[in-house]
Design a protein around this ligand. Structure first.
Ligand code: HEM
Length: 492
């Protein structure tokens, strides 16, 4: 069972207000400060309305909500969210700004449905519609995606990404998407990434883990995953790895990056400029997401020995079928070819399952162009911001059934032993859906499988006791304090 909030748990512990890294968080804080006078002035007069009735909830869902003021009644409390007369839901939002994925999930579960509104203070235009309703998601991301672009605020938040595909809408996006898609399906790019992965696993990761296993030194596995993803990207972009996985785990990032960049000037001449620019852009896209996908996977596997056993069995069968004899623990360590492991069913299912529970991109954000009534009846208006918390989608019992918090790769496999792609396709949102879904999905699996197969087959990972594992508040879902582990040689 995943150690985390359970769906039926109510929001119980309110965190202190902390600065969020996103512009949205900063804006929330500024608004809170601006309204501080009101809070002090009104606080003695706050009286709880108690639970909100079904009819009022219906009003809210349809956007017809009005706060009724009777004398001193200035705050309404739904099950996990407060609505204040002047402040809207700002205090709730601010209190939970350092745990938004968990909080959104608690709100959905306590409301018992997949959508709610968050209003900013009066005179602010802060209005969010938050949804993890599967039909709404399909509507917003797939069937009516033209009406829900990224919008101008997105560009401000993700300013470092410039005018790349991640930041632009409409025609600028279409052109980049078409070009990028052509590159992604090209065998040149796929082959390059496969080779780079194998190289980094064989020359960097495995030697590092062999040394750690011999010396018994502990290490932050999140750091290893991050550096693996970074090294693969450096390799792909500059044709040279940054050696970030050497035993000393060098930390002089800037100097290393400059060295690599200088070498890269020569490398750039050996491949087309278009391809090189594309890789540079995607290097940014891939590093954090791959690292996040890997670390949560290793953590879930470490807590579920039956899954680990099944993955190793599948790899043993693969080895035996390749060599024509039963696998014996003679050769160690072993590294697999991407072409061989890409077709493994259980490994693929286990990766999907872990990204269902811990999606590397924790949410998607869109704006509304024209008024629309969504499939669940919610009315969204022009200019409104929509948040789709991918983290919550995988944790809703009405989407993923009662055992949704269990790490169970079997849910992805049909009775005939094949991957159950159809049933899960529209509710698995880790790579988003529709025309702007992730272009790097297949390559991500290639990279993750290369590392996971080599690590699990050759080593046992022991997670050190007493660590409080929880997500860090950011768009990429990393562990707040990393994951300290001990590595041992695996005896098959
Ligand atoms: C486990 C790894 C990954 C995950 C979970 C992931 C997830 C996502 C998600 C959720 C989006 C949509 C974002 C949004 O619209 O809000 C996206 C977009 C995108 N991803 Fe990934 N990604 C991963 C790795 C990669 C890699 C390695 C690459 C490139 C090498 C890549 C390239 C892209 C591109 C180009 C887009 C933009 C598509 C568009 O706007 O048309 N991704 N990704």
């Amino acid at each position: 069972m995943v150690e985390n909030i359970h769906c039926r748990q109510r929001a119980s512990s309110w965190s202190t207000v902390s600065a969020s890294t996103s512009a949205g968080g900063i804006r929330v804080l500024m608004l809170l400060i601006a309204n501080a006078g009101w809070i002090v002035f009104l606080s003695p007069a706050i009286v709880d309305f108690g639970e909100v009735g079904e009819e009022e909830e219906e009003d809210r869902l349809l956007g017809r909500y009005h706060v009724r003021v009777f004398g001193l009644f200035l705050k309404k409390t739904s099950q996990a969210i407060d609505y204040w007369l002047f402040l809207g839901s700002l205090p709730s939002l601010a209190r939970n700004s350092n745990r938004l994925p968990e909080w959104f999930t608690e709100v959905f579960c306590s409301l018992g449905r997949g959508s709610f509104f968050l209003d900013g203070p009066i005179f602010s235009n802060l209005k969010y519609f938050v949804t993890c309703h599967d039909k709404n998601i399909e509507y917003i991301l797939k069937s009516h995606s033209n009406n829900f672009p990224k919008g101008p605020e997105f560009k401000q938040v993700f300013d470092p990404l410039g005018d790349g595909i991640f930041n632009v809408d409409a025609d600028a996006w279409k052109v980049q998407r078409r070009m990028a898609h052509a590159a992604f399906i090209s065998s040149e790019y796929k082959g390059l990434v496969s080779n780079m992965c194998r190289g980094v696993v064989e020359d960097q990761v495995v030697p590092l883990l062999v040394r750690l296993a011999k010396t018994g030194t502990t290490i932050d596995l999140q750091e290893v995953c991050s550096r693996f993803a970074f090294d693969v990207n450096m390799n792909t972009i500059f044709g040279k790895h940054a050696n970030y996985l050497s035993i000393q785990l060098p930390s002089n990032d800037l100097a290393e990056a400059i060295d690599a960049a200088q070498e890269g000037v020569f490398y750039r001449h050996t491949m087309s400029m278009f391809m090189w620019k594309l890789m540079r852009l995607f290097g940014i896209a891939g590093k954090d997401t791959i690292a996040s996908g890997l670390i949560w996977f290793f953590w879930l596997v470490s807590k579920t020995p039956s899954v680990e056993k099944n993955i190793i069995e599948e790899l043993k069968v693969l080895m035996s079928s390749k060599t024509g004899k039963l696998f014996e623990d003679g050769e160690w360590p072993l590294v697999f070819d991407s072409d061989d492991i890409n077709g493994l069913v259980y490994l693929h299912a286990a990766l999907c399952e872990s990204m269902r529970i811990y999606p590397p991109v924790s949410y998607s954000r869109k704006t509304v162009l024209s008024e629309a009534v969504l499939p669940d009846g919610s009315l969204v208006k022009p200019g409104m911001e929509i948040i789709i918390p991918f983290y919550s989608v995988g944790r809703m019992p009405w989407i993923w059934e009662e055992d949704c918090l269990e790490f169970r790769p079997e849910r992805w496999i049909d009775d005939d032993g094949k991957l159950n792609r159809h049933e899960n396709v529209s509710k698995f949102v880790a790579f988003s859906l529709g025309p702007s879904s992730c272009l790097g999905k297949d390559l991500s699996f290639t990279q993750m499988k290369a590392l996971v197969a080599a690590v699990l087959f050759n080593f046992q990972i022991e997670v050190l006791e007493g660590q409080h594992v929880r997500p860090k508040p950011a768009i990429s879902l990393h562990m707040e304090k990393g994951l300290e582990v001990k590595i041992q040689k695996r005896v098959i």
